[in-house]
Design a protein around this ligand. Structure first.
Ligand code: CDP
Length: 212
């Protein structure tokens, strides 16, 4: 079974997806980490971030891998913490918007996602990467709450700068951020992580019953 969790930054995707996968005994795929890793590598190589073909090529030559505890690797380097820096937050949509990059990434995501039961998290998973997924969820939340959540993860950046960063990133990601028509929309503004996870579990139960 494939469960997709899409939505904007700070809506709670990563925490919810990780916890859900743990509870269900499913594997977990963080597609944002893949775009982040490629951005990290492009910046290390000094590659201009407007060069579609070169970036697509870089992605093809350097597949992102995850180990069993979720560490992220690219080009033989553990980039797990490096890809969470605000520098990467800002540049990743610039890299992720190239068609050439997305083609390579989506193919790899389908490959990684078709190995048994999995929770896949991202922006375009329910719509493009896994349109046939059995359960699709789209998480959203008020912008102030999303900025506050992100602030807890990035204590080095001021609240105003963070809110601005999120707004800019939302604008660049907008075209890829549409919920799938058959996705369940969950507003996480006033919900605890466990509540969101339980709602999704409920959804999975009802879908499984409906198809059995
Ligand atoms: O956790 P957060 O929502 O901040 O971001 P992320 O899921 O780590 O994704 C980082 C960036 O990668 C997003 O802002 C998008 O630009 C891009 N992304 C994408 O284009 N498609 C995906 N499936 C996942 C991420």
């Amino acid at each position: 079974m494939i469960v997709t969790i899409d939505g904007p930054a700070g809506a709670g995707k990563s925490t919810v997806a990780r916890k859900l996968a743990e509870r269900l005994g499913f594997s977990y795929l963080d597609t944002g980490a893949m775009y982040r890793a490629l951005t990290w590598l492009a910046m290390r190589e000094g590659l201009p971030l407007g060069e579609s073909d070169a970036l697509g090529d870089l992605a093809r030559r350097n597949p992102v891998t995850f180990d069993e505890v979720g560490r992220v690797f690219i080009s033989n380097t553990d980039v797990t913490s490096a890809i969470r820096h605000s520098r990467i937050d800002r540049m990743v949509p610039v890299v992720a918007r190239h068609h050439e990059v997305r083609e390579v990434m989506r193919e790899r995501q389908r490959e990684l996602g078709h190995q048994g039961n999995v929770v896949i998290e991202g922006r375009d998973i329910g719509t493009v990467v896994a349109p046939d997924a059995e359960v699709k969820v789209y998480l959203h939340a008020d912008p102030e709450i999303r900025a506050a959540r992100r602030q807890a993860e990035r204590p080095d950046i001021g609240g105003d700068a963070l809110a601005t960063d999120l707004r800019i990133r939302d604008a660049s990601d907008r075209v890829r951020m549409q919920p799938a028509e058959d996705a369940a929309l969950i507003d996480t503004t006033d919900l605890e992580v466990d509540d969101v996870v339980s709602r999704i579990e409920e959804l999975i139960r009802s879908r499984s019953l409906a198809t059995s």
